[in-house]
Design a protein around this ligand. Structure first.
Ligand code: BG6
Length: 461
C-alpha cells in the first residue's frame, strides 16, 4: 500500500505573487483585484506570500515539519500566457524548479490544474459559461501532462466546482459577480465536462499516477428530524454535493438532479455527446475539502439569495435561501469563527461515512481542512491553540471513519503558509506558518506547525 499523504496545501494565485513576472499572462483574479469591484477587502495577490521567489524555503520547511506531500496549483497563465496557443518556457521552467525542490526534500507533489484563476482571454469570452473553455482547459491539461506527467503522481483537475460557481454566480462575490443560478449550473457543467475530458486524456497517456477532482463536500444535517427536514437535506445534498460528486465518481449527471433543474432552467447546453466524455472521465480518487457542516431547514418563503460574511465581523450571518429547495439553518450552540464557520470536527466523520455509502469503491483524499483566524504574532511566536484543537479534532474523526471502513489516503491542512484569502484578504489566516507581511514576508512557524510535525510522527495510518 502506498504511503498515507500527510501534507498541506496552497493555490497559485493565493500564494505565488510574481503576477507580472516570468512571462505570466493575466487571470480573472489579477484583473478583478485591481478593479473597483474588489471593494470589501481591497487587496490583491500581486505579491501574496511571494512563493514565486521563496518556494525553496517553503518546501524545505514543509519537509522539516515531517510533511511528505505538498498540494499546489499550476497557474494556467504562467504556462499559457494567453490561455491557449504558445507555451511559455519560463512557466514550464518555474514549475520544474518547484518539482525539483519537492524531489530534493522527498516531498510528493500533488498538483491541481485549476484553482479559480482562469486566463482573462477566456474569462472575457464567457469563462466557464462558454463551452469552448472546457476544451481550452483540456488542451492546457494535456500540456501539463506532457511536461510534468512523468514526475507528478497525484493530479487534481479542478478545485471546488461547487464553491467556485456558488461564489461566482450565487453569492456573486467572486468574478464575474453574478447572482443567477441558471448561469451557475451552466458554468459548473462546463467545469465538470472539462474535468472529465482531462481525466480521459490523462488515462490515454498511460502515465503512472492517480487523477481526481477536488470537491468541497459537506455533511448536510438538520436540527429537526421529520419528513420535511429530510427533504431539505436531500435537496441540499443535490445542490452542494451530488451535483459534483455523482458526476465525477459515477460518470453521469444524477437523473433526480436533472429532473429538478429542468423544471426551472433551460438545459440545452447539456449535449447528448457529452455523456461519453463524463463516462470516460471517472476519477481515480475523490478529493474532499472539508471545513464545516451544512445545517439546513425546509424552504418556507422568500426569493433565492445567498449572503456571505466576507468581513469577519463575527456578526454577519452566512444565510442562504434556495427557493423551493432548502434554507440554511444555524445552531446557536456551536462555536464559530469570525466568518461564521462552525468549529465542528465530527462533521468529517459524518461526511466520510455518507460518501462510503454512496461511492463504496472510491478512495478519498482530504485535500483541504483548516481554520481561518485573526492570528497574532507576539514576541515572535504565534500560539494558535484554537487551530490545533480544530485540526486535532478532524484527524481524530478521520481516524474513526477509517476504522469504520472508509478508505482515506491522505490529509492536507489548508494552508502551508498564510496566504491571500479570496475576498477576505490577508487578515484571515489559515497557515501552519505565519507570514509577516510587514517584514519582508518573513516566515514564522506557528505552534500548529510544530504540533502537526509531532502528530505526523505519532500517528500510524
Ligand atoms: C477553499 C479554497 O474553498 O477554502 C481555498 O479551495 C480557500 O482556495 C479556502 O482559500 C478558504 O476559504 P477563504 O475564503 O476563507 O479563504
Amino acid at each position: 500500500m502506498s504511503k498515507f499523504l500527510w501534507g498541506s496545501a496552497t493555490s497559485a494565485y493565493q500564494c505565488e505573487g510574481g503576477w507580472q513576472e516570468g512571462g505570466k499572462g493575466l487571470s480573472n483574479w489579477d484583473v478583478f483585484c485591481h478593479s473597483e469591484e474588489n471593494s470589501v477587502n481591497p487587496v490583491t495577490g500581486d505579491v501574496a506570500s511571494d512563493v514565486y521567489h521563496r518556494y525553496e524555503e517553503d518546501i524545505r520547511m514543509l519537509a522539516k515539519g515531517n510533511q511528505n506531500a505538498y498540494r499546489f496549483s499550476l497557474c494556467w497563465t504562467r504556462i499559457l500566457p494567453n490561455g491557449t496557443g504558445v507555451v511559455s518556457q519560463e512557466g514550464i521552467d518555474f514549475y520544474n524548479r518547484v518539482l525539483d525542490t519537492c524531489e530534493k526534500y522527498g516531498v510528493e507533489p500533488f498538483v491541481t490544474l485549476y484553482h479559480y484563476d482562469i486566463p482573462i482571454s477566456l474569462f472575457k469570452s464567457g469563462g466557464w459559461e462558454n463551452r469552448e473553455t472546457a476544451f481550452a482547459f483540456i488542451e492546457y491539461a494535456k500540456i501539463c501532462f506532457k511536461y510534468f506527467g512523468h514526475r507528478v503522481k497525484y493530479w487534481a483537475t479542478v478545485n471546488e466546482p461547487n464553491y467556485e460557481t456558488y461564489c461566482c454566480y450565487g453569492r456573486g462575490n467572486y468574478p464575474p459577480n453574478v447572482q443567477d443560478l441558471s448561469r451557475r449550473w451552466k458554468a459548473m457543467y462546463h467545469l465538470l465536462l472539462g474535468s472529465a475530458g482531462c481525466i480521459h486524456e490523462y488515462k490515454k497517456m498511460n502515465l503512472k499516477g492517480m487523477i481526481g477532482i477536488v470537491s468541497d463536500s459537506y455533511s448536510i444535517e438538520s436540527l429537526v428530524d421529520n419528513e420535511e427536514y429530510r427533504e431539505a437535506i436531500y435537496n441540499a445534498d443535490l445542490f452542494y454535493n451530488r451535483c459534483v460528486n455523482d458526476v465525477s465518481v459515477l460518470g453521469e449527471y444524477p437523473q433526480d438532479f436533472i429532473d429538478k433543474l429542468s423544471k426551472e432552467y433551460d438545459l440545452s447546453y447539456m449535449l447528448p455527446e457529452d455523456k461519453v466524455i463524463f463516462k470516460e472521465g471517472i476519477v481515480d480518487y475523490l478529493g474532499i475539502n472539508a471545513y464545516d457542516r451544512t445545517l439546513v431547514k425546509p424552504y418556507t418563503t422568500g426569493e433565492t439569495c445567498m449572503i456571505a460574511n466576507n468581513t469577519g465581523d463575527g456578526v454577519t450571518k452566512n444565510s442562504t435561501i434556495i427557493k423551493g429547495w432548502f434554507e440554511l439553518d444555524e445552531d446557536p450552540n456551536t462555536i464559530k469563527n469570525a466568518w461564521g464557520c462552525e468549529l465542528y470536527p465530527k462533521s468529517v466523520y459524518n461526511l466520510l461515512l455518507d460518501l462510503k455509502d454512496k461511492y463504496p469503491k472510491i478512495p478519498i483524499i482530504i485535500t483541504e481542512n483548516g481554520l481561518g483566524y485573526y492570528d497574532e504574532c507576539i514576541d515572535g511566536k504565534v500560539n494558535d491553540q484554537y487551530r490545533i484543537e480544530f485540526l486535532n479534532g478532524f484527524i481524530y474523526w478521520i481516524k474513526k471513519a477509517m476504522e469504520d471502513g472508509c478508505d482515506v489516503r491522505g490529509y492536507f491542512v489548508w494552508s502551508t503558509m498564510d496566504l491571500y484569502s479570496w475576498i477576505n484578504g490577508y487578515k484571515k489566516r489559515y497557515g501552519l506558518v505565519y507570514i509577516d507581511y510587514e517584514d519582508n514576508n518573513k516566515r514564522i512557524p506557528k505552534e500548529s506547525y510544530y504540533w502537526y510535525k509531532k502528530k505526523i510522527k505519532e500517528e500510524r495510518f
